[in-house]
Write a protein that binds this ligand. Structure first.
Ligand SMILES: Nc1ncnc2c1ncn2[C@@H]1O[C@H](COP(=O)(O)OP(=O)(O)O)[C@@H](O)[C@H]1O
Ligand SMILES: [Mg+2]
Length: 320
């Protein structure tokens, strides 16, 4: 693992301090953070910008809302309970289907109403929120993932993370749930990260727990060379997060629903840096180029054009 990181340094890998000082702090105005640190607000804003997100079934804020929970969760296809201010997949329950008594989770485990209410109370108390402040629980549509990812996903929905600088999508990674990650695709929970070529949407190398791997740890299916469907739409959604939030450096999480196509799951103002390991290349080169080329006056189409050129340039740079 350290050998891999050393080799990556030569390719311009950035660390957390550099990410914070040079990109997050410099490009993300404090007042804009509210739009992404609360998933209810992000959903609302996305709607204003005609960017599709999973349907919201309800929000639980207090004991009064909790009484309405049975109506909010009466969905035969399951649903998802999520802290509005959570991160890294913490506190999320992905419900697959109702059972005679209780529900089946995506991971195969069972949960009853009491345990679900207990979990929601934990969310409300702020157990999963950023600063530990009281939070809300969102109840939303459970995404039915596109079949293309069927063989490389284990009991949960994969997502696509795109890093966007000044509205230019610069790096992408497909994240896959594993037995360890309990229905969620987050890397901190043991999800697999697969580098994705920005220009084509093809998967490249993969990693789990920051170590390189070639096949999915549970399904043993090879991870390289898979084409991500709706790639153009995904790039457009990622690029438009700039107009939507005004944030100059953002991680966009997108899921592919087999009926509804790409849906915006959430936005992150401090996206993680492991995406560099999944792509086996550092972010610095492309971020610095995007810093210079990015311009508020550019349309989203123009920014995607720049993104494709940068991806191409980068291939040349690494090879030389
Ligand atoms: N509506 C949903 N349907 C199915 N899976 C979901 C849904 N929302 C979240 N997940 C799973 O949980 C993971 C984390 O969700 P996300 O909304 O990005 O929250 P966090 O801020 O904790 O990362 C996703 O990558 C996905 O695997
Ligand atoms: Mg996320």
């Amino acid at each position: 693992m350290f050998g891999a990181i050393k080799a990556l340094r030569r390719n311009g890998v950035i660390g957390i301090n550099e990410r914070n000082i040079r990109y997050v702090n410099a490009l993300n105005a404090r007042r804009s953070l509210v739009t992404v640190d609360d998933k209810c607000i992000t959903k609302q804003l996305a709607q204003d910008f005609d960017i599709p997100t999973p349907d919201l079934y309800g929000v639980v804020r207090d004991a009064r809302d909790m009484k309405k929970l049975p109506e909010m969760i009466a969905h035969p296809d399951g649903f998802v309970v999520k802290p509005a201010q959570g991160s890294q997949g913490k506190g999320i329950i992905v419900i697959d289907s109702p059972l005679k008594h209780g529900w089946r989770l995506s991971s195969g485990r069972r949960i009853d109403l009491g345990a679900m209410q207990f979990q929601i109370n934990n969310i409300l108390s702020g157990m999963y929120s950023l600063g530990g402040q009281p939070d809300k629980a969102l109840i939303e549509y459970r995404v039915k993932f596109d079949d293309v990812f069927g063989k490389i996903s284990f009991k949960g929905v994969p997502d696509i993370r795109v890093i966007v600088l000044k509205g230019i999508p610069v790096f992408a990674m497909l994240r896959l749930p594993t037995a360890a990650s309990d229905g969620k695709a987050n890397l901190h929970r043991g999800g697999v990260g697969v580098g994705v070529d920005i220009a084509t949407g093809e998967t490249r190398q993969a990693m789990q727990y920051d170590a390189l791997i070639e096949v999915h740890p549970d399904t043993a299916h090879p991870l390289e060379g898979i084409h991500t469907p709706y790639w153009d739409e995904i790039l457009m959604m990622a690029a438009r997060s700039y107009e939507m939030t005004g944030l100059g450096y953002v991680g966009v999480d997108i899921v592919l629903d087999r009926d509804k196509g790409p849906l915006l799951l959430e936005l992150n103002a401090r996206p993680g840096i492991s995406i560099q390991i999944a792509n086996r290349r550092g972010l610095r080169f492309v971020l610095e180029k995007a810093m210079v080329l990015g311009d508020e006056k550019h349309s989203a189409e123009k920014r995607i054009e720049i993104a494709r050129t940068l991806a191409f340039d980068q291939e040349i740079e690494i090879a030389s």
